[in-house]
Design a binder for this molecule. Structure first.
Ligand code: SAM
Length: 124
């Protein structure tokens, strides 16, 4: 299978100028652990996770915006990538989700370890 076969197309994202607090609320409300971060043009520029928000809380109180704490070097995948290649990216980088981007770096989905689990769990 390819990433497109199991990715989640309902992507919840955030823009880089939002306050960290907004990211925290969105993570809680939508029960997700990863938010792809977009710039004003809708292009992927980072990723923020519950881990990053927690870290911001216990460190520098001057950090205000998503762009201050997001990870900029995003490890991503594409709809056509074989699932086993994407799974290896998760494992080798100790992360649990990959934004799925098209040729113009727009987010078209998200692939998480949970989606991969469905391949083996016998979704009924
Ligand atoms: N294992 C946990 C997890 O999956 O989130 C915590 C460790 S992981 C190294 C935490 C860091 O990885 C966070 O700073 C987060 O921004 C970053 N991260 C998560 N997904 C990422 C991705 N697809 N590309 C780049 N960094 C990512």
């Amino acid at each position: 299978p390819r990433v497109r076969d199991i990715m989640n197309r309902q992507v919840i994202s955030i823009t880089e100028d939002e306050e960290i607090r907004v990211a925290a609320k969105r993570l809680l409300k939508d029960e997700t652990n990863h938010l792809p971060v977009l710039d004003g043009n809708g292009t992927l520029v980072g990723i923020i996770t519950t881990y990053d928000v927690s870290k911001a809380v216990v460190t520098d109180g001057k950090l205000r915006q998503v762009k201050d704490i997001m990870t900029r070097n995003v490890i991503k995948t594409t709809p056509d990538e074989p699932v086993d290649v994407a799974a290896r990216k998760l494992e080798q980088n100790n992360i649990s989700a990959l934004p799925v981007v098209d040729a113009t770096n727009r987010v078209v989905g998200i692939l998480s370890a949970i989606d991969l689990g469905k391949l083996f769990g016998g979704r009924r």
